[in-house]
Design a protein around this ligand. Sequence first.
Ligand code: S3P
Length: 442
Amino acid sequence: MNAAGLPQPLTLATAGPLAGTVTVPGDKSISHRSLMLGALAVGETVITGLLEGEDVLATAAAMRAMGADIERRDGRWHVHGVGVGGLLQPRTALDMGNSGTSTRLLMGLVASHPVTATFIGDASLSGRPMGRVIEPLSLMGASFAASPGGRLPLTMTGLCPAVPLRYTLPVASAQVKSAVLLAGLNTPGETSVVEPIATRDHSERMLAGFGAKLRIEASPEGRVITLVGEPELRPQAITVPGDPSSAAFPLVAALIVPGSAVTITNVGMNPTRAGLIGVLQAMGADITLSDERSVGGEPVADLTVRHGPLTGIAVPPEIAPSMIDEYPILFVAAAFAQGRTVMRGLEELRVKESDRIAVMAEGLRACGVIVEELPDGLVVTGSGGEPVPGGATIAARLDHRIAMSFAVLGLNARAPVTVDDARPIATSFPTFVAMMNSLGAH
Ligand code: S3P
């Protein structure tokens, strides 16, 4: 996040019905990966619909610092890559801002290049565990000097040639999977990742799209992804679909504000990301998908959502990886449901941009919502659709999704809800406030 200047509080009060058609910015995960793979292809990759949020801009700056030529022209992003193995020594520390995805995926890239790089970040990122990538990348030969607890600031040196690895993920993490696969690009032989629980598969789809040889097999231990090292990546024309994790905010807003009807166009519906839609439908939400199509190798649809009653359910824990970033806003939806919504299997939420279980529990309580915090999740007792009391100031803790979740909650609260600092929203959804206002929020 841009730390310069003062916090920017954001206050939301009850809105009339939300109405209109909006398009959310490009998918954050896909945007990071298009810049990184474009930077490793020889020739020009052109990206349409790139998310121009601070996290993705941190990735662009780092790839430039390691030799890629990246520029925005005519509304599109043009990337001239250095070729697999061609990354250069950055001359200054790589500032990752708030972005865990930039950090962990770039650590993967550096691990198999003859490069020493220092990664720094903001207070939120500097508190997040990097041991989960340090471990496999060390096995491939990279060396690390990290801050206590395996955190940033961290300096690492890659090994070239690196040692190929078969690695079983100890946590369901697409970032760790992707870090190992990206390290495998400049590694001779085959690098495999075994994921006992499937996580978002954008890296696999995009690596294959850029021409890397990839095998995906089912095994008793889980899904096995094997990458053949040292491919020549071919530049691509990429269209980035809208981010389902961003679409989740106007979607839940329309569900909880009486009388609302909102259409969100061009939303990524990759099954490894779309868990929230099914969960909300199981709670009774009126969400219709139309014009289902494929954009840039990813399934996409338009979503129309109408306000209506929601009923609490027990959300199956195994669905968590397909909606891991959507739990804060699901907690908000649950605050307006009839009865209890039980959400478990969410230990990973404690190591996101903030401890999203604790921070959401505290904020919801401050807004008069009944919640029970569990080590691995949250049980929310909803208002049955009535406005919640609200009237609190929420500490967003440098977490964009906390800020946006409470902004949405404020749209149906008896007293206005203030988010202490809305600046983190710019990491993933710079147009959030303007878009919500265009739908009728204030
Ligand atoms: C991401 C993976 C997820 C997600 C993050 C983006 C990615 O993190 O929370 O916002 O692009 O690979 P984990 O891999 O830590 O679950």
